[in-house]
Design a protein around this ligand. Structure first.
Ligand SMILES: *[C@@H]1O[C@H](CO)[C@@H](O)[C@H](O)[C@H]1NC(C)=O
Ligand SMILES: *[C@@H]1O[C@H](CO)[C@@H](O)[C@H](O)[C@H]1NC(C)=O
Ligand SMILES: *[C@@H]1O[C@H](CO)[C@@H](O)[C@H](O)[C@H]1NC(C)=O
Ligand SMILES: *[C@@H]1O[C@H](CO)[C@@H](O)[C@H](O)[C@H]1NC(C)=O
Ligand SMILES: *[C@@H]1O[C@H](CO)[C@@H](O)[C@H](O)[C@H]1NC(C)=O
Ligand SMILES: *[C@@H]1O[C@H](CO)[C@@H](O)[C@H](O)[C@H]1NC(C)=O
Ligand SMILES: *[C@@H]1O[C@H](CO)[C@@H](O)[C@H](O)[C@H]1NC(C)=O
Length: 682
């Protein structure tokens, strides 16, 4: 998340054993201290697996130019340890390369190790195999331990001369702690003790954990920490805001959450004034998004999903960061006082002995400009704003006054895929009771059966109706996310749940039955793993088939294409459970590439064997449009020609009206050179 940290620390470091170039990192009641110097640090999130290594240098450069000092990221355990003991730190999972790139650009890192990270990431970052290993979280030879050792072996902690100045254990555990009853508090103590004993030489934080045990710092996550944060749980700890939500994640069926640059600036400034951001979201490639979360992640952040600068957010925050940095010395040593300037107006003043003075003038009146007198001078304060006066005399920044122009996405080129001859299709198999290998007397739980190897699980039954029912209905209740019904291999209907309805959804579809035996197949689908179980309740159903045939045969990869028979698209258009494939050349240039899937329904798309994520265009918001139609195809996935696009369409769609577009944002010329500069280094 785009957030920034504000640390005013005084205590002198106690860390020993530092390398020759190592920096001491400590804190006290006012801030973080690096090598004996108090720092105000602005931090933003960039999650390494949500972009490609090719994009990292440019993302980090833009964050730095926007005034950030620290890049924070979660560590995604289930990417790094897909099977017990089997590690993966390659490609988008190359955490060490990501941290070294940040170091090369002169920024610090805050590493949020977890192990539970939530982060709208499937299963909150836990590998699914933990499901079958009770109690592993309490063991010490798990993820945090491994990651800390990896970081140490690469000398990445500040105490060793590296860029990591802070690490986070757990994430918002207090939100769920009550559910663990008596086991909750001991776990918090265990996690904190385990973390501290790992001796990283840099402080640890826990966010939204008001009782974080010493010396772990409790930090605030939220939209308005300046208003809501109760402060550190000890006078020796600084105020940290670990997640300043510059936006909010979006779910299928949900509208984007737009937070204005003015609102962000107001709350950031308030937090600083009282003592004291998703910066880049990215893309949930593959099946990594959690329940119902769309593929585009925090696109409304200062850097959009593609890493393009979003104005005025980026520019306004850059000016704010500069304004606060210009008076950081006084903020770090000055004595703070605050007093009222009117009914809804407040002053926060920092004064140092030599006469330096910084003031923040807050107007909480949402509608009206306020005229106030401060130090014998008159000031006009815009509605719902904070003015910064680095000398207590002149306003250099007002949070509600945006000087930066808006910018917008523009389409540069578009490649149509409307030639039916270029497409091929494969209709996936609808299994029935008789050819399903997995049989059970009891109803099997979806996730327990798929082990997250696929989103899909078939439930099948075969039966002979024994009543002369005129209008048979198939009724299914499911705690999964979507279901489609097929009767005697013909599609009968589908239904789905939603992110906000926690309970089961019901599918009730009229069906046509033969007099004799009938084959009923229900395809149950998860759209990302939630934090709760899932089951299908239907007593007849007792044979299972895991995944789709095409999926199990990996037919989205070139080397396995011939596992199935592809044919002309013809009648496959608008049919459920159909795979489509086409070859295409990459658009020339370096502009961002996106796939417009607006005419498709629900499914997943792969480019050259790499999943660009799930799509769900047919799930409309209350305003009647899809939550996401444009899907990012990173340049790194493409070669100049002969790229393979494979689409699995689950409900029916028209591939002939898909297009591949290149996009840019207006007014970004200045930053192109920046990207070119860093691109050469990877
Ligand atoms: C700000 O710092 C003062 C001491 O300088 C402290 O009393 C106060 O609680 C802090 N406020 C917050 C919100 O951290
Ligand atoms: C954090 O960002 C949100 C918007 O994303 C803004 O409303 C809030 O004021 C910011 N707070 C801080 C301390 O940055
Ligand atoms: C404000 O004016 C009063 C009276 O003229 C004076 O005594 C005081 O020192 C002034 N305060 C400042 C901060 O200039
Ligand atoms: C999951 O499967 C195991 C056996 O493989 C069983 O013991 C357990 O009860 C199942 N859990 C659920 C929620 O169905
Ligand atoms: C239909 O058949 C099932 C299974 O044989 C039986 O349990 C049920 O009572 C029958 N229903 C009717 C209405 O005959
Ligand atoms: C049901 O499935 C069996 C086995 O595949 C098949 O022989 C039979 O024809 C199917 N019944 C119907 C009505 O489609
Ligand atoms: C996506 O394609 C559809 C169908 O051609 C078109 O109507 C729509 O405007 C396109 N969306 C964007 C953002 O270009």
């Amino acid at each position: 998340m785009g957030w920034w940290l504000w640390w005013v620390v005084l205590v002198v470091s106690m860390i020993k054993d530092v390398g020759a170039r190592g920096e001491d990192v400590t804190y006290d009641g006012r801030s973080l201290i690096i090598d004996g110097q108090r720092k105000i640090l602005f931090s933003g999130s960039i999650h390494y697996p949500r972009s490609t290594p090719e994009m990292w240098p440019s993302l980090i450069a833009k964050a730095k130019e926007g005034g950030l000092d620290v890049i924070q990221t979660y560590v995604f355990w289930n990417l790094h340890e897909p099977k017990p003991g089997q590690y993966d730190f390659s490609g988008r999972n190359d955490l060490v390369k990501f941290i070294k790139e940040i170091q090369a650009q002169g920024l610090y890192v805050c590493l949020r190790i977890g192990p539970f990270i939530e982060s709208e990431w499937t299963y909150g970052g836990f590998p699914f195999w933990l499901h079958d290993v009770p109690g592993i979280v309490y063991r010490s030879d798990n993820e945090p331990f491994k990651i800390v050792n990896l970081m140490k072996s690469e000398s990445l902690y500040a105490s060793q001369g590296g860029p990591i100045i802070l690490s986070q254990i757990e994430n918002e555990y207090q939100n769920v702690e009550a559910a663990f009853h008596a086991k909750g508090p001991p776990y918090v103590l265990w996690a904190a003790k385990m973390a501290v004993e790992l001796q990283t030489g840099v402080p640890w934080v826990m966010c939204k954990q008001t009782d974080a045990p010493d010396p772990v710092i409790n930090a605030c996550n939220g939209l308005k920490c300046g208003e809501t944060f109760g402060g550190p749980n000890s006078p020796t700890k600084p105020s940290l805001w670990t997640e300043n939500w510059t936006s909010q994640y979006q779910v299928y069926g949900g509208e984007p959450y737009i937070r204005s640059a003015e609102d962000i600036a107001f709350h950031v400034t308030l937090f600083v004034a009282k003592n004291g951001s998703y910066y880049h979201g990215g893309t949930n490639f593959g099946r990594t998004a959690s329940a119902y979360v769309i593929t585009s992640y925090y696109d409304q952040a200062p850097l959009d999903e593609y890493g393009l600068i979003r104005q005025p957010k980026w520019g306004h925050l850059k000016e704010l960061h500069a304004a606060i940095k210009s008076c950081s010395t006084i903020l770090l040593v000055g004595v703070q006082s605050s007093f009222s300037l009117g009914q809804l107006q407040q002053a926060y003043v920092f004064e140092e002995k030599r006469g330096g003075c910084v003031a923040f003038l807050v107007n909480n009146d949402r509608k009206n400009t306020a005229t106030v007198v401060f130090r014998n001078a008159t000031f006009e304060l815009l509605p719902q704003s904070i003015s910064i006066l680095p000398d207590c005399k002149k306003i250099i920044f007002n949070t509600a006054k945006v000087n930066v122009k808006d910018n917008e996405i523009i389409k540069r080129s578009s490649q149509l895929f409307d030639d039916i001859e270029r497409w091929e299709a494969y209709k996936d198999v609808i299994p029935n009771f008789w050819d399903t290998s997995l049989k059970s007397d009891t109803l099997m739980e979806h996730m327990n059966t798929t082990k997250d190897k696929s989103d899909h699980l078939w439930y099948t039954l075969s039966f002979r109706p024994n009543t002369s029912c005129a209008k048979p209905l198939l009724h299914v209740e499911s705690l999964a996310h979507a279901a489609s019904a097929f009767v005697n291999s013909k599609y009968s209907g589908s239904a789905h749940g939603s992110h906000d309805d926690r309970g089961p959804f019901t599918m009730e579809v009229p069906i046509v039955l033969n007099d004799g035996m009938n084959n009923i197949s229900v395809l149950s689908t998860m759209v990302g793993l939630p934090d709760s179980g899932a089951f299908l309740e239907r007593r007849y159903i007792d044979a299972y088939s895991l995944g789709l045939f095409g999926e199990n045969s990996n037919i989205y990869m070139r080397e396995y294409l011939d596992k199935v028979r592809w044919s002309k698209v013809g009648s496959a258009k608008d049919q459920p459970l159909t795979w489509f494939k086409i070859e295409f050349d990459a658009p020339a240039g370096t502009d961002t590439v996106v796939l417009n899937l607006s005419t498709m329904g629900k499914g997943e798309a792969w480019v050259n064997g790499q999943s660009i994520g799930r799509y769900w265009v047919s799930f409309l918001t209350y305003k009647g449009h899809p939550s996401q139609t444009m899907y990012h195809v990173p340049r790194a996935f493409l070669k100049p020609s002969g790229n393979l696009l494979v689409i699995l369409e689950e409900s029916g769609g028209d591939p002939l009206r898909i297009s591949l577009d290149t996009i840019s944002r207006t007014g970004l010329q200045d930053h192109v050179s920046n990207y070119e500069h860093f691109k050469d280094r990877i």
